[in-house]
Ligand binder design. Structure first.
Ligand code: MN
Length: 239
């Protein structure tokens, strides 16, 4: 091998080594860039509220087994699944409000399970063992908007009964006006995709899982008995 040939090979070898060393350096630089693959710290996640009463406390309107399965299985799954979606899809909204205001941009998994997580947290709080008396400003507003409390209950019940399949009926405040309506599946009035919009004051879950063990197909009986456990103090607080 002549000298020129050796020098050429030495140069080529050095170049190869530099290139080989250069690859991990570049790879490290890419990994350290601000574009992170994992969910950034501080990202909002959903949490399941503690039940504000015992699982048998809403009997006879809602039986203990229904409450147990509804809270421990259905609701817990919505919370787990939305948080899995937040991590897997790198969703970086910072609050429930921001999350639902962008519902139209969410995957089906993130949208359905975020609604399920929020709606049930809300639902447990607008019920109370034995129900409660209601009065004050919310009573005046219901009378003013719907004519009477009985008329309000009639319209709300009609919304709950006419929701075909699974969903929710709601009383909402929208731009200073009380409205009654319903949403399909786990949609809620905070979602930008919802026809019914506003701040929820009262809501009822009319999925079959909410009543079927005790009432089977008789949704009307479930809704009628549900009025006995509405927490009007909580409705007033949200008003
Ligand atoms: Mn439910």
């Amino acid at each position: 091998m002549n000298t020129d040939r050796r020098k050429f090979l030495e140069k080529a070898l050095k170049a190869t080594v530099v290139t080989t060393v250069g690859v991990p350096v570049l790879f490290e630089a890419a990994c350290a860039s601000p574009t992170k693959v994992n969910a950034p710290s501080g990202t909002f996640q959903f949490a399941q509220v503690a039940l504000p009463y015992a699982k048998e406390a809403l009997e006879p309107s809602i039986d203990a087994m229904t409450m147990d399965i509804h809270y421990s299985k259905h609701h817990a799954a919505y919370v787990k699944n939305v948080n899995d979606a937040i991590a897997a899809e790198n969703i970086a909204y910072q609050s429930e409000e921001e999350f639902f205001a962008n519902a139209s941009k969410l995957s089906a998994k993130a949208k359905n399970n975020s609604g399920g997580a929020w709606n049930h947290n809300f639902f447990w709080q607008v019920m109370k063992p034995g129900g409660s008396e209601f009065g004050g400003k919310v009573l005046e507003a219901l009378n003013g908007t719907f004519g009477s409390v009985e008329k309000f209950k009639e319209l709300f019940t009609a919304a709950a009964m006419s929701r075909f399949g699974s969903g929710w009926a709601w009383l909402v405040m929208d731009n200073g006006k009380l409205k009654i309506g319903s949403t399909a599946n786990q949609d809620n009035p905070l979602m930008d995709t919802s026809d019914l919009k506003g701040k929820p004051l009262l809501g009822i879950d009319v999925w079959e899982h909410a009543y079927y063990l005790k009432y089977q197909n008789k949704r009307n009986e479930y809704v009628a008995n549900w009025w006995k456990i509405v927490n009007w103090e909580e409705v007033s607080r949200r008003f």
